[in-house]
Write a protein that binds this ligand. Structure first.
Ligand code: NAP
Length: 256
């Protein structure tokens, strides 16, 4: 076994269930020897996430709603209190109102626009600020993005704009945290059937299109996303920062 993350501790935010990309990433990190700290949002997911945390032998499970400043502050205090260094952070969080994903983009409400930006983009900035002080030997922060940040994708609308801001935030954070040897990257994953993806109208059509036209002629496997996250978190990714790494069967190179 390669154990690429032996002696490393990773914080994974955004694990809701077995279909979450965060779950595949946490499992791959564990396989590679990392100690895990997991967060979840609120009571609704608590039982499921507790079961998954046991399965993954996570050392801590912390409730953190990223829209709540005191939750982020609490997370930061717990991490500092542990006295251990943190080596990798996975931000796998996004949210937009379902109706804002379905209606024309120009009809997005102010409230819906700001909510999508707050949860899906600003939270990365807030989390980076909370974790940087405990990444005392440097490390890797990564987030999850989607091609809708660069191209107009049907029914992605307000989330595409949030992902564009997220990818720009990756570059600014990478530029500022690089002097602490903290690398910041995004994985732009191809479509995967998860709870969040179910909120996107006609998602199965998007999946079919990738399978038909992507260079690899197959949909994205969450384990491929997870293995790329291992690469970014490990010594192998030490020269990579400020990048958007596409793990999407090559779909993003195709012109339509
Ligand atoms: P998921 O399992 O639904 O994960 C999304 C996570 O965000 C959930 O754990 C959700 O918690 C959490 N979240 C939402 N609002 C939050 C808040 N205020 N505070 C804390 N956590 C909050 O779906 P996923 O597909 O794995 O999504 C993970 C990331 O991958 C997202 O950034 C998504 O945009 C990105 N991505 C997904 C795909 C895809 O096709 N699935 C492709 C490219 C990128 P609750 O469930 O408790 O609300």
């Amino acid at each position: 076994m390669s154990q690429l993350l032996k002696d490393k501790t990773a914080l994974v935010l955004g694990l809701a269930n077995r279909w979450s990309l965060a779950y595949s990433i946490a499992r791959a990190f564990r396989r590679e020897g990392a100690q895990l700290i997991l967060t979840y949002q609120g009571e609704r997911q608590k039982d499921t996430v507790e079961e998954l945390a046991r399965e993954l032998t996570a050392s801590r499970l912390i409730s953190c709603d990223v829209t709540q400043e005191h939750d982020i502050q609490h997370l930061s205090e717990i991490l500092r209190g542990e006295g251990d260094k943190l080596d990798a952070v996975v931000h796998s969080i996004a949210f937009a109102n379902k109706e804002d994903l379905a209606r024309p983009f120009y009809e997005t409400s102010r409230e819906g626009f700001l909510l999508a930006q707050e949860v899906s983009c600003y939270s990365l900035v807030a989390v980076a600020r909370a974790v940087a002080p405990v990444m005392t030997e440097g490390g890797a922060i990564m987030t999850l993005s989607y091609l809708g940040s660069q191209r107009v994708m049907t029914n992605y609308n307000v989330m595409g704009v949030a992902k564009a801001a997220l990818e720009a935030s990756v570059r600014y954070l990478a530029s500022e945290l690089g002097s602490q040897n903290i690398r910041v990257n995004a994985i732009s994953a191809g479509p995967v059937k998860t709870a969040s993806a179910r909120g996107i109208k006609d998602f199965s059509k998007i999946l079919d299109r990738v399978t038909e036209t992507a260079p690899l002629r197959r949909p994205t496997d969450p384990e491929e996303v997870a293995d790329s996250a291992v690469f970014l978190a490990s010594h192998l990714g030490r020269g990579v920062t400020g990048n958007i790494l596409y793990v999407d069967s090559g779909y993003q190179i195709m012109g339509f």
